[in-house]
Design a protein around this ligand. Sequence first.
Ligand code: NAI
Length: 260
Amino acid sequence: MYDLISLKGKKALVTGAASGIGRATAFRLAEAGADLQLIDINLEGLDTVVEEVSSHSVEAEKFRVDLSSKKEIDNFWNTIKGDEPDILVNNAGIYVFREFLKIEEEFLDRIMRVNLYSMFWMCQHMIRSRLEKGGVIVNVSSIESMLPFAKNLVHYDISKIGVIALTRALAKEYSKYGFRINVIIPGGIETESVKKLKEKTLLTLDIDVIKSGVEFKSRLPIGRFGHPDEVARVILFLASDLSSYVTGAAIVVDGGFTST
Ligand code: NAI
């Protein structure tokens, strides 16, 4: 069992690692022995994570990359040439609420670049650089893409359904080259960003959003919101040999929400 879950000698790249699910994932992968390459736009947040994982005696490097820019993504892969990761976790994403009728081209473009195109380019670099060796990719989508629940997230939903399509199409084409490519579909995870959103909603007394939050919780079969680590543990499973026959899978981690 230890050998199956161990990531000793492996290098794992996690995007959006300064906060929430990405941060929890960095801890778990380090605990399993992986050296880390951590990407975020928030370098201070990454400093804290690097300090916190140091107890696991793994190497942890941090990189400030704005994933909305293909140029920055390309530069990053040039910087790490020869030191590409065995495991790539495409987690960074933004959920900004905006009414469909008020969305302009620039806004939609940014959402798509951060949430979907970044994962497309990251996967392309990963697969291109490891075509001989293979590797593991875990992408992070959202239950909103399959079961739109919150208001004013149409732009987010289309970006996240693209993540599922990207994953399944790549798994079909590249699993024979030694890649395992899967997607996690989380929902109801209480990360720092979600907590801040809740506080803001309460302060501004946004009745529609408060109502949808209450309805969400009352529909949750498991009866509570999830912890970021409860997603990180599933990502660890997908990153390790415990899941050696799993590829092209879309794994829902949502306390049962989409089953109701
Ligand atoms: P978070 O907001 O706590 O963390 C996201 C991280 O991504 C932040 O550290 C942020 O600085 C970084 N980031 C944002 N834009 C970036 C950019 N352009 N370049 C580089 N880094 C950037 O988010 P959370 O809640 O941990 O979510 C992580 C992923 O899980 C996201 O893709 C989100 O859509 C998805 N998700 C989260 C759910 C939840 O309930 N929290 C539910 C469904 C999906």
